[in-house]
Ligand binder design. Structure first.
Ligand SMILES: Cc1cc2nc3c(=O)[nH]c(=O)nc-3n(C[C@H](O)[C@H](O)[C@H](O)COP(=O)(O)OP(=O)(O)OC[C@H]3O[C@@H](n4cnc5c(N)ncnc54)[C@H](O)[C@@H]3O)c2cc1C
Ligand SMILES: *[C@@H]1O[C@H](CO)[C@@H](O)[C@H](O)[C@H]1NC(C)=O
Ligand SMILES: *[C@@H]1O[C@H](CO)[C@@H](O)[C@H](O)[C@H]1NC(C)=O
Length: 503
């Protein structure tokens, strides 16, 4: 054979080979089955985004041991329903906004209560109906701190919004740190690793402002004080802005809607363990699969999956899922969650308790509290039902209204009698509500194993509906890119600049 003939054939061989490599990558078979553990907003939005990415043929099973919605849940009191868990949504929470639109749901604006801040003896701050009065009070008491706070939060929100651009262009991150860094660089990483107290002091806020305004906002939103990390603190402060909204009929309708739209199968059961198994494949080689074990009313069952998405906190008191048979033990560094008790009371407030004896001149509708050791409540506020109430029903209601009290411990009868002059109905909902924040801390991993992902890692930066949805979309994208070996779509930061010019 002449050399000149051999060269082209070698060349074609080489070309064929590399073509085959490309084809193999592109033709990697799609996953057959994906398991999602948890049907809260994290799990249901994960199912929704996984369906978008992986297409219509993959089977998606969503496991839920309780009710669809998880920490989005309503209670019923005298014929009306009220939000008992996650209640309000920020106007710039774009995933939540899109879900509501795509699912054909309606929004409502929760009652615009006037805020009063109680320090255990007296009100240190009281909002007025009059804008100008508020401005004067804010300036008088706190100088420019309020204005600076709006600017501080605005700056953080600005950076936060970058995540939507990454996600629109299909970029994903393999850890919560990378995701945070892509949004806000080292500034966000530092925020997670120091307390809101330190973060705001470093930015020049007065201690009085932090104690009297910032801490009450932390207490009502996260049941904790100035020791929460600066990032969740900023999320919490963003929750004091105007334009907050909720879903008519209850926020949990987003979860059931997403579950339906994802065409996933809902399996009522408690997942107890995930194990790695090696199975022979059709072609004679082997495949590695995950065996998901779960308890149902019909006893224990197991099923095999290619990908497993964990969308619940993994602590012993909550998810309690064991990872068995892995070469490297799976470390989820499960840490404690903070207990918050929501107590709904249909009754009349005892304004004397708050230092305003009868007849109390102030109109009290939302009372936040400072960090005072002997105070047994975090907040108390009037709530409106998730469905609008007709005029005739309102007139029937008189001055006896439904209040929601947040406290770290259940309220005893004695304490209820202190808070209320009279009451006829009480409903208590106890939550392991959000992480017990104590920065600096390591965030749990997002990739627990080759094909196991952890949506709730993000809660340790900040726990909120939108955070779960952002993490769910990230996990859907990440699992897709890892499955098909598209490394160029993972942990790419510098694209921020490129995307800017593309838009
Ligand atoms: C009182 C309160 C007030 C809040 N207020 C707000 C607010 O105003 N705005 C806001 O944005 N956020 C708020 N949040 C936070 C928000 O509710 C949560 O961040 C969000 O709902 C978390 O959703 P998730 O899907 O990640 O987790 P979850 O909703 O906890 O979902 C996890 C699901 O997994 C299920 N599960 C657990 N283990 C297993 C298992 N082994 N097998 C099968 N199923 C399992 C659980 O039953 C649960 O349904 C609040 C939370 C609380 C508690
Ligand atoms: C109201 O609060 C005051 C002050 O704490 C308390 O003395 C009183 O017993 C409470 N209850 C009623 C019904 O007034
Ligand atoms: C935050 O602090 C923890 C604990 O000190 C440390 O392990 C982690 O690396 C820090 N994270 C960053 C991003 O600085």
């Amino acid at each position: 054979m002449k050399l000149s003939a051999a060269v082209p054939s070698m060349l074609t061989g080489f070309i064929l080979c590399s073509l085959r490599a490309v084809a193999l990558q592109d033709l990697r078979h799609p996953p057959n089955r994906i398991a999602v553990v948890g049907a809260g907003i994290g799990g249901t939005s994960a199912a929704y985004f996984l369906r978008q990415k992986f297409g219509k043929h993959v089977q998606i099973d969503v496991f839920e041991k309780g009710d669809v919605g998880g920490r989005l849940s309503t209670i019923e009191m005298e014929g009306n329903h009220y939000e008992a868990g996650g209640a309000v949504i920020h106007p710039l929470n774009l995933h939540m906004k899109t879900f509501v639109k795509e699912l054909g749901l309606n929004t409502r604006s929760p009652s615009g209560n006037l805020v009063a801040i109680y320090n255990g003896d007296e009100f240190v701050f009281q909002e007025s109906e009059w804008f100008l009065v508020n401005v004067i009070k804010m300036l008088w008491n706190y100088g420019l701190n309020f204005l600076r706070m709006y600017m501080w939060v605005e700056d953080i929100l600005d950076k936060f919004m970058r995540i939507y651009r990454y996600q629109t262009f299909d970029y994903s991150f393999s850890s919560t740190e990378f995701l945070l860094h892509a949004m806000g660089g080292n500034d966000f990483i530092t925020k997670v690793n120091r307390t809101i107290d330190e973060a705001m002091q470093k930015s020049g806020f007065s201690q009085r402002f932090i104690d009297e305004i910032v801490v009450p906002a932390m207490r009502v939103n996260y049941g904790q004080g100035a020791e929460v990390n600066g990032f969740v603190g900023a999320v919490s402060l963003a929750g004091t802005s105007s334009g907050l909204w909720a879903v008519e009929g209850g926020n949990k309708l987003v979860c059931s809607g997403l579950l339906y739209a994802s065409k996933a199968q809902l399996i009522q059961g408690t997942v107890t363990s995930v194990q790695e198994k090696v199975r022979p494949s059709k072609s004679g080689s082997t495949v590695r699969l995950y065996e998901v074990n779960y308890e149902t009313s019909r006893g224990p069952i197991l099923d095999m999956y290619d990908i497993v998405v964990i969308a619940t906190p993994l602590g012993k008191e909550i998810g309690n899922i064991k990872f068995l048979g892995f070469d490297q033990p799976i470390d989820t560094f499960s840490k404690p969650y903070h207990q918050t008790v929501a107590t709904f009371v249909h009754g009349r407030l005892n304004t004397s308790f708050f230092g305003c004896p009868k007849p109390c001149q102030s109109y009290l509708s939302e009372i936040l509290t400072t960090d005072k050791p002997n105070l047994f409540i975090n907040s108390i506020g009037l709530v409106s039902p998730v469905k609008p109430v007709t005029e005739s029903e309102i007139s029937k209601a008189s001055d006896i209204k439904v209040w929601k009290v947040f406290s770290p411990e259940p309220l005893t009868d004695e304490r209820l009698r202190l808070l209320f002059e009279l009451y006829h109905a009480v409903i208590v909902k106890k939550w392991l509500a959000y992480p017990k924040y104590s920065p600096p801390e390591k965030l749990p991993p997002v990739v627990l194993h080759r094909g196991i992902y952890y949506v709730n890692s993000i809660e340790w930066a900040a726990s909120a509906m939108e955070m779960s949805a952002i993490s769910a979309k990230n996990v859907a994208l990440l699992s897709y890119h890892r499955w098909y070996g598209k490394d160029g779509q993972i942990d790419q930061e510098d694209i921020a600049e490129r995307l800017k010019s593309e838009l």
